[in-house]
Write a new protein. Sequence first.
Length: 298
Amino acid sequence: MNGYFMEPQNFSVNDGDGIRTVIFFAGCPLNCKWCANPESTLDFKRVSFNKETCISCGKCAQLCPGGVMIDLNSPGQRKKCISCGICVESCPTNSRKRLVRMYSDREILEIIKSQEIFYRYSNGGVTFSGGEATLQQHMLRILVNSLYDKAVHMAIETSGYFYFDEVKDILARLDLIFVDIKHMDEKKHELYTGKSNKKILENIKKMSELDVPIVVRIPVIEGVNSDDKNIKETAVFVKENIKNPKIELLPYHNFAEEKYECLGLDKMSHNFIRPSNELLSHLKMIIKNEGAETVSYI
């Protein structure tokens, strides 16, 4: 079976215990305005262009059937691009490339197999991320069932936006679930992500019935969801609905700005601000006072 993925990441230590391989599924039902993987919400064939590494050799322009110039992101050029990929194959500096490509389940399993020795000696494993892995549930199911039989530790990083009954069997075979709560206020959640949070909150309640540890993650963005009221409401919800309530605060970063530029997209808003260490410490105390534990995999 084939599926669309971003580049897998080996030797990760931020996505669960030990050394891990992160498998990034392409595609996401949300459209978060601060998304760190914007390529996952676009046409998967979209070509990126890095002007900084381009040597202006002109091979891409010579071969392009649409007459696109060297600078793919200059005015009017994106409209000409048909994402055929001829330029990607011809670029000597890899300045043009696809950030999403098709892999078969066998190819993904081979990547994982090559790293198994590191999982064994570090108590690590595989983390399915994205995008949203559950969007490609048939591929996810194949991978999970195969690794389950091999006793590989598996985690998932999910938005929580899915139909629970369709993926319940998959989630039940995992060893750890990371799920985001981006905002408790439904209107603000819809404003910043394009979707209501009702399904997410209901799915968290349902996931808590599985025999799988859950860590709720809050991507903390000052001016968006870092106020005391939102953090307290999140902590109360987690405490009331998860058996061993754990929350991880993920401070916002703008590391993906280069991706936005390479894909010809508007950059993320400068109104999104990384929280200070003092603010994070304050928020952790709010969470603790509500009876939930804060954890960190950063």
